[in-house]
Design a protein around this ligand. Sequence first.
Ligand code: AP5
Length: 209
Amino acid sequence: MHRIVFLGPPGAGKGTQAVELSRTLGIPHISTGDLLRSAVAQHTPLGTEADAYMRAGMLVPDDLVLKMLQERLAAPDAASGYLLDGFPRTLVQAEALTGFAPIDRVISFDLPESILMERLTQRRSCPKCGAVYNLVTQPPKKPDTCDACGATLVQRPDDRPEPVYTRLQTYHRQTALLLEHYRRLGLLRPIDAEGSREVVSERIREAVR
Ligand code: AP5
């Protein structure tokens, strides 16, 4: 069984790689960012509360995210493994996670900040099917149009320069502490996340083996 966490700064390629690895391993890709964006789009009480934090590039409070994740992990498809993308992000979340979902491996993504900024500001996303593009490294075939479903691509509100800056600071202040936490537990497998998608995928497959 595979119970994996992807840990890394915003724009490191976690979501891109998680789509591929979850398919290869046959486990659900559970992204707390995607779950929260879907709650915002559906105007649920959770989405209404999370929206302002996300737009500003700040973390959504631990209690809200923990409840949401616990509910998601209770679904039958998570009974035989899962790939958590973007969770945990604080020590409180990491410690709570041990109480309801064991982890076998934490893959951390290493990447220089200049590349993160470029990846984030050039990212475009499909609001309908969630496909992710990059104007430089993975452009859609037709400008501003999703290859998969034909919807008009958008820039995430938190991919504008100011929230990107806050997200990077938040990562360094709150989430990077988890690297040492998981290193001490012997679960951490750092990977070099610079290079083409294919090259990074191969490094991740190697780290999971
Ligand atoms: P979330 O959605 O998790 O965002 P993030 O962690 O900031 O990560 P990103 O989605 O920005 O980047 P990524 O690493 O997935 O990169 P991607 O593959 O898209 O969280 C958003 C917000 O939700 C948070 O700020 C917070 O408010 C809230 N939240 C979420 N989880 C939370 C939690 N646990 N607790 C509290 N709050 C939480 O790639 C980026 C770009 O690069 C794309 O354009 C892609 O095409 C391109 N790219 C990818 N790989 C490559 C490559 N190898 N070469 C070239 N280009 C590449």
